[in-house]
Each structure stands twice: as structure tokens, then as C-alpha cells.
Design a protein around this ligand. Sequence first.
Ligand SMILES: [Zn+2]
Length: 255
Amino acid sequence: MIETNRTFVNSHESLGLMLIVSLAILLPGSALAKADWGYVGKTGPDYWAEMGGENNACGGQNQSPVDIHGVVQADLAPIELNYTGPGRQVVNNGHTVQVNFDSGSAIRVDGSEFALLQTHFHAPSENHIGGRSFPLEAHFVHADAEGNLAVIGVMFELGAANPNLEELTSKAPMEMASSATLSKGMHAADFVTSGRDYYRFNGSLTTPPCSEGVRWLVLKQAASISSEQLQKLSAAFPHANNRPLQPLNARLVLE
Ligand SMILES: [Zn+2]
């Protein structure tokens, strides 16, 4: 866990301290995550809000994931992508498999630039679309200069093997707190497409401390993954790592 945090900080040492602090909370089990948490039993999602401190946010009104429904037509601007180099470092943090990106890749949302930090996976999907769950969801996590987050969700459905996932699924570290280096790397642009085919809503981190104010963009188009690839990737987590659906409450989902 310390190793995870150290390599994260080293690879982003050009970022300001505020940003590093706010992003370290995205690394479950890092030194800044005070309480241990999980997906089952007494440390499971039902108990996250009771862990104290900033984890109170897990009981908030604008939590993620959600079932995307009752969508409102809006004139959403296309997502502007500026993805450069691939992510090469893959970390197993005990909760998920995460690919870390070097600085340089970004998207533009609401007139601000959000740098791409990391991608991680949930199996089965956390968000649902129209009541439908998917076998896998990737979260591409971005942050602006103030530490505000924008997450792009990409669903996967079972089908043909995805050549863009081949290296990751074959080299993903199976042991908690271990890492691996990809030679070809994972290219975000192979999964995230620009354009207007996405849903947008406000939400939160889906892991403690469940901080709200996250801009969520979920792509309508699912990518493909073979059952063999899915099996390899999900074998890296001890069990399903999807937080249960949270109520939309007063939120609108736009498309
Ligand atoms: Zn996630």
C-alpha cells in the first residue's frame, strides 16, 4: 500500500500538493485512507458512512453509482479529448486493477482542462444503463488544477476478445500491493471516444470517502471483452468490486 502511494506521488510530483492530497484518496488503502473498507461483511458498503471522518459523505444525497434512467435531452457539448501517451504502470491495490498515466493526457469539460490520472476496473459494472448491468466498467479518472474530478465510465459487454485489453489482461498483477509494467501500454483513446454519445450527471467517488462533486460522463457505446479476458482481469480482485446502486434523488441525467 505504501509502495502504491509512493510510486503514485513520484509519477505526479509536478502536481501541486493540494492535488496530490485530493487524489491520494482515490487510491484505496493508501496512507490517507484512514479506515479499512471492503465490499463484503462489516467493512462493506452498508457501513462505509459509519467509518467516521470524511467517510460521512458515503451517506450523502448525490452518490455514485446510479442507474441511468429518466434521461433529459440536453445540448451536451462533445467531450474534447487530448490523450497522448499510454499508461504503462499497472497496480493491484487490493480493490481493483489500476493503470496509472504520466502527465500530458487530458480532456476538456466545462471550459476546463482535466488531466487523465488513472483507469481502473469494476466487475460487474457499477453504473447501470436503463436498469441493465454490464460485466465490466472502466473508470477513466481526470482532475483539473483545483482537484475537481471528472470520471468517464466505459461499459464492456461480452463478445470478441478486445485486442486493446490483451496486454493488460495478460499482465495484470494478481497479488495485492503488487505492480507490473506494460510495454505497449493502455491507450485511453482506444476506449474513450469524443462526441456527444454520453450521459452526464453529478455524483461521487464510488469508494470511501465517497466525496461528492464528481462530474460523471458515461459513454453510451459499450466496448467488447471476451469471457477469457474478463476472467483474467477479475481474478485480480478478491470478489465483485461494485458498490450497490445509489438513488438519484433530485439529480438529473442529461444526454
Ligand atoms: Zn471506479
